[in-house]
Ligand binder design. Structure first.
Ligand code: ZN
Length: 462
């Protein structure tokens, strides 16, 4: 893992040197996805789609533009987003009669249409998701994948007959998060956001946060219980079995390209990024170690081994560029390929391949036991997960008093907003909220010294 002091410079550089993105486009906060970075993001999206399908969500794709009248239907939502909205006011030479906005998120677009789609209790639950670009006019300093103005965004939206069913959905979302982030080797914490920091229009919000080497937390996912806060202004009603009409209960689950930012940051080292095998565009790279007189024989063996590896379902690439093996090692380590295979004359003679995992384990594997590469990748994933988990656990500090520490702090809290705000001010940190699952607290509030009912988590955040 990268040292805290070096992290920012390292991160800003690695996203370009590892060929994930190009930051030279002349609009601030709008970067270009390079082929390698985009392939990784698509692999991440594929994992999301897999989870969505498994849980009965259907993919939709709504228009980018939202009419102002739709956007204005939910008051808190407008208040929360109005400073970040991009407006379209003209089309060709004409000024538009009604302004349109670029979606900063899609509640108001989807819900106006959900009110047409949902008629009866038989239409529920409605479980949809989309993976689209959203636009937010960020005024803080932008950072590739972490704070951008055009965001590659995943959003699931569901409608339910009652509050209990919506709560079941939130439980399912948390299970999805558990499976999804495990595949990405990213340990995380889940917190119920404090009321003063919930999503605009939500009844309550849950944040999924990871800890970056900079000691700041990064929100990589959020789940919102809307109750009927949107269904009432958007008139999303259904006819119950009793023939009466009821407003739906709604939830959302959102994630974004920040997930890639977290992978880059948390699994990086001096050599480059380390990709979890689940999303690496190339899982195994073969480097021919050419000796004079062996050229043909070695390339032939490389091609044979590549075929064997692909039969295992692992994407594999032979690097036959006119460069030294050392230079090739450097390039693929920078780009985070999980497994490197070297094939030279000695390996052919001994009927083995030499392997090196991206985290530095080297060994020889007999050619006739090539299926062992799968185990090697599994072990590699486990090790990078364990390293990240150790880092997270070591940097969560359960305290009794307000005390300046790095990482994530948990302080006994009476639940009063003024005490929470005071903690934020004294520590110069933001509150992440209360731990989920809930954690018992038998201490006194770190501010007012009255009985604490729960813990408040605080951290420096992105
Ligand atoms: Zn208090």
């Amino acid at each position: 893992m990268i040292d805290k002091e070096k992290f920012d410079d390292w991160y800003n550089e690695i996203v370009e040197t590892a060929e994930l993105c190009d930051k030279r486009y002349p609009i601030k906060g709008m970067n270009i996805w390079k082929p390698y970075g985009w392939k990784i993001m698509q692999n991440i999206d594929a994992l999301i789609r897999y989870e969505m399908e498994r849980t009965g969500h259907n993919e939709v794709y709504f228009p980018l533009l939202i009419p102002e009248s739709y956007f204005k239907k939910e008051e808190e939502h407008i208040r929360g987003f109005s400073a970040e909205v991009y407006w379209v006011t003209h089309a060709g030479k004409n000024e538009l009669e009604e302004r349109l906005l670029l979606r900063p998120t899609s509640e108001t677009a989807l819900y106006s249409i959900f009110s047409l789609w949902i008629r009866s209790h038989a239409d529920l639950p409605l479980k949809t998701f989309q993976i689209v670009n959203t636009f937010r006019y960020e005024t803080k300093m932008t950072k590739a994948f972490i704070r951008v103005r055009e965001i590659h965004f995943f959003e699931a939206h569901t409608c339910h007959a009652d509050y209990e069913d919506a709560e079941r959905q939130i439980k399912e979302d948390l299970e999805i998060a558990e499976r999804f982030f495990k595949k990405l080797c990213l340990p995380f914490i889940v917190s119920k956001r404090p009321d003063w920091d919930k999503f605009a229009g939500a009844y309550y919000s849950i944040g999924i946060d990871v800890l970056m080497p900079s000691m700041k937390t990064l929100q990589v996912g959020s789940i919102h219980q809307y109750k009927q806060n949107f269904s009432k202004p958007f008139e999303i009603k259904y006819e119950g079995k009793d023939g009466k009409h009821y407003y739906c209960h709604q939830t959302t689950y959102g994630m974004s390209e920040r997930v890639l930012g977290a992978i880059v940051g948390i699994h990086g080292d001096e050599k480059g990024i380390k990709l979890p095998s689940s999303i690496a565009p190339i899982k195994v790279v073969i480097i021919p170690i050419i000796f004079k007189g062996w050229e043909e024989k070695i390339m032939e063996e490389c091609r044979k081994i590549k075929e064997e590896i692909e039969k295992l379902g692992l994407s594999c690439h032979i690097d036959d560029r006119d460069k030294t093996p050392g230079n090739k090692f450097y390039d693929w380590e920078l780009k985070g390929v999980p497994l490197r295979v070297e094939i030279g004359p000695k390996d052919i003679e001994n009927k083995v391949i030499s392997i090196a995992t991206r985290d530095g384990i080297k060994k020889k594997i007999p050619v006739n036991e090539i299926e062992k590469l799968k185990e090697e990748l599994e072990e590699y994933d486990k090790r990078i997960y364990a390293e990240a988990e150790k880092f997270l656990k070591e940097n969560i500090h359960v305290l009794k008093e307000v005390e300046s520490r790095e990482g994530i702090l948990e302080l006994p809290w009476c639940g009063k907003e003024e005490c929470g705000i005071k903690m934020e001010e004294e520590l110069d940190m933001k509150s992440l909220g209360t731990p989920l699952p809930e954690k018992e607290c038998n201490e006194k509030c770190a501010i007012c010294k009255e009985k604490a009912t729960t813990w408040l988590r605080l951290a420096k955040t992105y």
